[in-house]
Design a protein around this ligand. Structure first.
Ligand code: 13P
Length: 336
């Protein structure tokens, strides 16, 4: 394990004004996205869509890394250039989702545990050879009347730390993603408490497994009201509570926090990030690692039609640029 290599990659990934594009939808998830535009999810359509994203001119000005799925990291553009090479030529790091998804947690009531530790070291070596410099593992924590349990939080934290250790052993920077879901009618305070407990458990496990904190990135949810909560917290509250939660739980050594969008609208995800970046004196950089908030509007512009290719690329560049401005606290609503 090379500490300097890990630190260099995590710094490059989180340095302002760039952020990460999460394009690592599994075959099941991308089908759900394509269903929205009535497009069949087959190998070629998925390849075409990813080529549209990755060949966007000047994307590297705003995007430091792209997270890929196993199928995508092995695909090529129409000229036969591998996606990995295409991204690297644009000064963009290649990332890979390595978890095998959230499965039912035996011993708990309707909670999930993320699987994928089996053979992870071998798979990691293969991905490193393909050109990956960072990876992602997502744990899912759901808020209901009775959940989450400590059991669910602890087991997911343990797996995240084990994954992080294996990544670093292969000189790959782990993105550590404990996502407290927005689903539900809970208020922002409940989200604060659960996110706080989750981050506390996560960093205890990362320390216990001796993970090098300068060589990770944290990908948390923002502290936000549940989607069905009658009283939605405003942008200032979200920013303030999220920063408070991070200050109380995230060690200073962590170089960057790259938020997921989690089902927020494109605009809200940008507004929240922008507001947080107006806070002074934070030890970690705050940026984005958005999936839906970068891609939703792109998909609707494209609709699977080659004639819309350029317009869809322009849309991706626009959202990437707006979020890039939000990493500096310089985004304004009228830029929409
Ligand atoms: P969203 O931004 O759509 O939440 O996706 C980010 C991600 O990578 C989830 O694992």
């Amino acid at each position: 394990m090379y500490y300097e290599t890990l630190k260099k990659i995590s710094t490059e990934l989180s340095d302002k004004p760039r952020g990460i594009l999460a394009a690592d939808e599994s075959t099941g998830t991308i089908k759900k996205r394509f269903d929205l535009i009535n497009l069949e999810s087959n190998f070629e359509n998925r390849r075409k869509y990813r080529e549209l994203l990755f060949s966007t001119p000047d994307l590297g000005n705003f995007i430091s890394g792209v997270i890929l799925f196993d199928e995508t990291i092995k695909q090529k553009d129409k000229n036969g250039k591998s996606f990995c090479q295409l991204l690297k030529d644009n000064n963009i790091h290649v990332g890979i989702k390595v978890d095998a998804g959230a499965k039912n947690l035996i011993g708990s009531n309707e909670e999930k545990i993320t699987e994928g530790l089996d053979n992870l070291n071998d798979r990691m070596q293969e991905y490193a050879q393909l050109g990956a410099t960072f990876a992602k593992w997502r744990a899912v924590i759901e808020i209901t009347k009775t959940n989450p349990s400590n059991y669910c939080i602890e087991l997911n934290s343990h797996a995240l730390a084990r994954y992080a250790k294996i990544c670093q052993h292969n000189n790959i920077v782990p993105i550590v993603e404990p996502e407290v879901l927005m689903d539900g009618d809970h208020d922002i305070q409940k989200c604060y408490e659960v996110t706080s407990a989750t981050l506390d458990s996560l960093f205890k496990n990362l320390k216990f497994q001796n993970v090098y904190l300068e060589g990770i990135l944290l990908k948390p949810n923002m502290v936000i009201s549940g989607l069905k909560c009658a009283k939605q917290a405003n942008v200032n509250e979200v920013a303030k509570k999220t920063i408070d939660c991070l200050k109380n739980n995230v060690p200073e050594e962590v170089p960057g926090v790259v938020f997921l969008s989690g089902g927020q609208s494109d605009q809200k995800a940008t507004e929240h990030l922008n507001e947080m970046n107006k806070f002074q004196g934070l030890s970690w950089k705050l940026s984005f690692s958005y999936g839906r908030a970068l891609q939703q509007s792109v998909l609707y512009k494209w609709k699977g039609d080659d004639n819309n290719f350029n317009e869809a690329q322009k849309e991706l560049l626009k959202r990437s640029k707006l979020n890039s401005m939000a990493t500096e606290g310089e985004y304004l609503l009228e830029m929409e």
